[in-house]
Design a protein around this ligand. Structure first.
Ligand SMILES: Nc1ncnc2c1ncn2[C@@H]1O[C@H](COP(=O)(O)OP(=O)(O)OP(=O)(O)O)[C@@H](O)[C@H]1O
Ligand SMILES: Nc1ncnc2c1ncn2[C@@H]1O[C@H](COP(=O)(O)OP(=O)(O)OP(=O)(O)O)[C@@H](O)[C@H]1O
Ligand SMILES: [Mg+2]
Ligand SMILES: [Mg+2]
Lengths: 175, 166, 166, 175
């Protein structure tokens, strides 16, 4: 199978709807200046597959919803008030991934965060449980618990120097 | 459970050395390359004890991780990742600035490995700041910040439409 | 003890914002630049509680560290280091690949800051893989591995003897 | 003051004696391929100033002495025996730094590791205690305990995200 495309809606630094397609490329690079939103794009991929918010540099799911509003009064002075406070925080956010199985069948995977911070999973627009969702992914060898196919920024060296027990545990999860 | 664990261990143990050699051999030759292997701390009940990873860069003498440099550790880590992946291959990999500690020579080696091994069932999505890596990709997703809207924006570019520049 | 701590805190608090602005302002202008400041968790007995650091990149809205990207954190960290240093300045700094997460634009900013601030009593020794940084230095120490002797070797080159290439 | 030069003797990957001079350069870059010995040079600077071995990627001081010998039998097979085991490990190692004070006075700082892993400090070739050595450095504002002027590989981002308590402790050490 392969990841065909992604659609982000009010997810982290992506205001409104942003979508990208991978086309037929087998090797795609994501580039851009510091702070532009590259790692947030990886967080979107991880989020839609079911990875928990603590692995997405956040304390809670609500942190993943686009925030446009100024955080508190003191910033207004710092920036001499040229930023209008009208861009309000968004209420909800979602990420949708379009995945094509090896047999050509298309899966639309969607995960939404509600205004109270709860998350909802859908496959081809049908609501499913988190467990069912992760089973469908497991059949595609996408193992969310092992996360052996995701390397977050700054983590690569640690993989080589992990303890013997950690390495054994990783092998256990993939086997 | 024991069966599964051992079959995973044996498969990955076989793969780790050839992958590590491919990532460390001098460019465009089959010469050289380091050596890497896994050992079980407890042969009898492997899933109760740990697994140790040893990797030795070409022409070096130390095999334990704590003696490797930052760049050498990165290469060893990628070899282990690719070896583990080969057991039950997930359809895609997402790598976020894994090339940060690599010199240009090693960036080339990673770029070559990805170009050679990516395919319809092994898709690579790589975040990188180094042109030695991203210029070798099939397509680029450029991300920029649109200040007026206070938002990240994306652009996509298929590199295969452009002739290979010298 | 209290006196010393407060005088250090006040000194560093005054320095952090101008240094952060210098590291984040657009190249060759005095425009823009982010904002950074320190806050005491307990005003009354400061050395018993903690000190929080806030830094906001230019045109961004988040001021807490956990919302910053890898590159943004690196710049904030260097600003803090240089601010702390200015209190009792040590004669030299040694920085090992601190530019690993920085894009070329930010590498330039660091190179400019070091070139501008280094002097007889503020010596910088910087390990880097990025030519955007090391080509701006006064001198280079090249390290290579002599395989036959299984040893590291050094070469020194004073860049100031060579005319500035275009 | 300023660091004028360094001399390494059987220190980490530097076999025999290696020396570098900083001349009158105020900004010196150390460059070279992965694994060549750049961070080991920084370890040499840290070591000669009195930094403990656990901050130098080592478990004990003896790990800092040049090792040329093959580690154990199994490597011989891996490398089909072309490496001769004759380069024996060195017995002792030292690093000497030449430091020029602002008033022009030169200090020769030398730290040696003996074959039993003990360390000896000398200033201008006179043996001193570790405490005395660190006091001389303190007068130059070289604070070994704070290490606020040394940023080891991979540590920079952590400086910005350290906890409020850690930051307060750092300020306490420099004040
Ligand atoms: N919920 C949110 N709403 C709006 N913006 C957010 C949110 N969460 C994070 N951000 C912004 O996203 C930015 C970081 O983006 P990201 O980490 O993706 O950058 P990056 O492109 O990976 O940069 P680098 O190259 O430095 O790693 C921060 O500046 C932060 O302000
Ligand atoms: N006691 C020792 N004797 C001999 N060699 C050693 C010793 N300790 C470490 N080494 C060697 O030093 C090498 C690492 O050097 P170092 O960490 O300085 O590299 P580096 O130039 O910083 O590389 P990078 O750019 O990847 O960070 C290792 O390959 C290791 O084999
Ligand atoms: Mg990032
Ligand atoms: Mg290094």
């Amino acid at each position: 199978g392969r990841l065909v495309g992604l659609e982000l809606h009010n997810f982290k630094s992506y205001r409104g709807t942003a979508s990208i397609g991978f086309g037929s490329a087998n090797f795609t690079s994501i580039i851009g200046p510091n702070g532009s939103g590259k790692s947030n794009m990886m967080d979107a991929i991880s989020f839609v597959l079911g990875v928990k918010s603590q692995h997405l540099r956040s304390n809670q799911l609500k942190d993943l919803i686009y925030r446009g509003r100024l955080l508190d009064g003191d910033i207004e002075q710092l920036q001499d008030g040229e930023l209008d406070n009208e861009d309000l925080d968004s209420e909800t956010a979602y990420v949708m991934a379009i995945y094509e199985k090896s047999d050509g069948e298309i899966l639309q995977l969607k995960r939404t965060i509600g205004s109270r911070g709860q998350s909802e999973y859908r496959i081809n627009n049908k609501v499913t449980s988190a467990g069912e969702y992760s089973n469908v992914l497991k059949k595609e060898n996408i193992l969310i618990k092992a996360r052996n196919f995701l390397v977050f920024q700054g983590d690569v060296e640690q993989i080589a120097s992990q303890s013997a027990a950690e390495l054994s545990k990783l092998l256990e999860t993939v086997s | 459970r024991y069966e599964l664990f051992i079959s995973a261990f044996n498969h990955i143990s076989e793969k780790i050395d050839p992958i590590y050699k491919e990532l460390t051999k001098a460019n465009n030759t089959t010469l050289g390359g380091g050596a890497a292997y896994l050992t079980l701390e407890d042969e009898d009940e492997p899933y109760l004890a740990g697994i140790r990873y040893h990797a030795m860069p070409p022409m070096k003498r130390f095999k334990d991780m704590e003696f490797l440099s930052g760049g050498e550790k990165t290469i060893a880590a990628l070899a282990l990742l690719f070896a583990i992946h080969s057991f039950h291959p997930s359809p895609f990999f997402v790598l976020d600035e894994v090339d940060a500690a690599l010199d240009n020579n090693n960036v080339q080696k990673i770029a070559n490995y990805i170009t050679k091994n990516s395919g319809p069932n092994f898709q690579f999505i790589v975040i990188s700041l180094k042109n030695g890596l991203f210029e070798k990709s099939d397509a680029l997703v450029g991300i920029y910040r649109e200040q007026r809207e206070n938002s990240s924006k994306t652009l996509t570019l298929d590199l295969r439409n452009y002739p290979e520049t010298a």
